[in-house]
Design a protein around this ligand. Sequence first.
Ligand SMILES: Cc1cc2nc3c(=O)[nH]c(=O)nc-3n(C[C@H](O)[C@H](O)[C@H](O)COP(=O)(O)OP(=O)(O)OC[C@H]3O[C@@H](n4cnc5c(N)ncnc54)[C@H](O)[C@@H]3O)c2cc1C
Length: 200
Amino acid sequence: MVGGGLAGCEAAWALAERGDGVTVTLHEMRPVRMTAAHQTDRLAELVCSNSFKSEEPTNAHCLLKAEMRRLGSGVLEAADEARVPGGAALAVDRAAFARAMHARVAAHPLIKLARGEVTALPSPAVIATGPLTSEALSGAIAARLGVAALAFFDAIAPIVSLIRSTRTSCSGRRATARAAATTTSTPPSRRRSTTRSWQA
Ligand SMILES: Cc1cc2nc3c(=O)[nH]c(=O)nc-3n(C[C@H](O)[C@H](O)[C@H](O)COP(=O)(O)OP(=O)(O)OC[C@H]3O[C@@H](n4cnc5c(N)ncnc54)[C@H](O)[C@@H]3O)c2cc1C
């Protein structure tokens, strides 16, 4: 796991908690190398809003958190510990949240924390270095993808992008058009299963 931010800590936690004995090495470059926004060496340091958004069940943000809770989210356990009044939102004290998440991850017997910048793409690996990915690693990712620049999709965007990119990567443009044509000409029961397999 590369990157000990929100995503990297949650993913490391989820892998380590699966119960099949997998050991996870979590690489975090701070404090050896800092980013332009982080100020501490803590894992899961929040550099952004202290709100994890709505807790109202009619809202997509709440449903996402409800699913995460059912999956044993470490981030949400830490958020509950660090909770501050936030109206209808789950808001946290930044320092208390990072402390709680750091303590959980650092104490997990199956997670090994390695401090230092990763500059090449390890394999197998999950890259979770966020919008402030170091320059060397950004270069390695861009080279692997064959692109000149990378874009960061903020908080809400991946929900839309995942469905789109899955469609594209599974089938490509021509086949997507073919699948769309198939969908409109198949009976409703088969249409539903086509949609399900795209979303999976
Ligand atoms: C100034 C600022 C304000 C923001 N405000 C908001 C906001 O209000 N709302 C919102 O939803 N989002 C906001 N964002 C985006 C925000 O960063 C993400 O929502 C969230 O932090 C992403 O979590 P993450 O785990 O992907 O990345 P991060 O939490 O940034 O974690 C990535 C980790 O990877 C580490 N890392 C980077 N490169 C390497 C490397 N080569 N080797 C090892 N470790 C590395 C970093 O040190 C960091 O700890 C903001 C971002 C910035 C920079």
